[in-house]
Design a protein around this ligand. Structure first.
Ligand code: ATP
Ligand code: MG
Length: 259
């Protein structure tokens, strides 16, 4: 039987996560700009390809594919090589491509001519799901990333429709049997207590939530730390752990951040 947990590809994280991400679920990685959300998510897909022959689909909703590829080159990853081998699909749904025409050489005939509106008023979760499903089928993906969902979820007028849309998206991902990561920006600060912030619906709805914190520590500058806010079906650590981004990627340290 397959393990219940999928290794995260992040050195140090599996140990504090009880083995990895729960298989077949949807995990949210949330953090401030530049905290490493995209990196963490991509590292999961790259590790899948390199160590487990598990294929992945990465849907980029804000960054163009060009920029994504060049940023990830910093970590020594040749993502185009994986794409050519059909081990990875990068779907560019960034604003630069207002309308994404699903036209990739390796997509099946019936999908080839489909014009799918991924952004703007015509955007729909079902259009996004259709695109993801097509790519997942072609690559036979077992891992999916959507990065980030922030602007997607903000286009819904009220909390209830937003919540319903997120539930639809999560259901669609779960129905594919893949292990999934979505990313988002941290909710805005509210109240007067330091770090107190608004909790967006996706944090309640996803199976697991990892929060990337940046805090200013007097005399030490900015300290980055990772918190497992929740991980259903998993006995996990609840402490803050320092993390770093190096030329090899994202790494989490076993020691605890002391307050
Ligand atoms: N070789 C490297 N060594 C150390 N840090 C690096 C290296 N290359 C890139 N970085 C840093 O890694 C981070 C990459 O972050 P990433 O793009 O994953 O963040 P993000 O949370 O997705 O940001 P955004 O909110 O802008 O999408 C950046 O802060 C960048 O400065
Ligand atoms: Mg990013």
């Amino acid at each position: 039987m397959k393990s219940e947990h999928v290794p995260t590809g992040i050195p140090g994280l599996d140990d504090i996560l009880g083995g990895g991400y729960p298989r077949g679920r949807v995990i949210l990685i949330t953090g401030s700009p530049g905290s490493g959300k995209t990196l963490m998510a991509m590292q999961f897909l790259v590790d899948g390809v390199e160590r487990f022959d598990e294929r992945g689909v990465f849907v980029s909703l804000e960054e163009s594919k060009y920029h994504l590829l060049s940023e990830m080159e910093n970590f020594g990853w040749d993502l185009e090589k994986y794409e050519k081998k059909n081990q990875l699909a990068i779907v560019d749904a960034s604003p630069l491509r207002q309308i994404s025409k699903v036209k990739e050489e390796n997509l099946p005939e019936e999908e080839d001519q489909r014009e799918v509106k991924l952004r703007g008023p015509e955007f729909s979760i079902s259009a996004l799901s259709t695109v993801i499903r097509s790519y997942a089928r072609v690559t036979r993906a077992t891992r999916i990333v959507i990065d980030p969902i922030t602007s997607l979820s903000f286009q819904f007028p009220d909390d209830q429709t937003r919540r319903t849309a997120i539930i639809d998206l999560l259901d669609s991902l779960m129905s594919m049997g893949t292990t999934n990561i979505i990313t988002s920006e941290l909710g805005p600060l509210v109240g007067s207590a330091p770090g107190e912030r608004q909790i967006p619906s996706e944090e309640y709805l996803c199976h697991g939530v990892i929060v990337l914190h940046s805090t200013y520590v007097s005399g030490r500058g900015i300290q980055t730390s990772l918190e497992i806010e929740k991980m259903r079906e998993t006995k996990h650590d609840r402490q803050l752990h320092p993390y770093a981004i190096t030329e090899k990627g994202f790494i989490v340290y076993a020691e605890r951040v002391l307050g």
